[in-house]
Write a new protein. Structure first.
Length: 85
């Protein structure tokens, strides 16, 4: 996947995860970073569980990235002491 595709997928996944967790976005930069890290964490998590991780710019990869971003966002809120989940 190209860098631009990772950025777009990460932004979308981070935004969706932010809406799932606390109904508001965290800001463009944090959503982007959260989504990219979430895509990597989600891919590793799904691969460890025997599934398929991020495979490209498609709906399955978006789902994996969102799941990973939700995990990363929950950890972020737990560490920074922000709003309760």
């Amino acid at each position: 996947m190209s860098i631009l595709a990772w950025l777009i997928l990460g932004l979308i996944a981070g935004f969706i995860a932010s809406k799932i967790i606390n109904k508001t976005g965290q800001g463009l930069v944090l959503d982007l970073v959260l989504g990219i890290v979430g895509a990597m964490i989600g891919g590793a998590l799904f691969n460890a569980l025997g599934g398929t991780g991020v495979t490209g710019f498609n709906l399955w990869s978006l789902f994996v990235a969102v799941v990973g971003a939700v995990v990363v966002l929950a950890a972020y809120h737990a560490i920074t002491g922000r709003r309760r989940i």
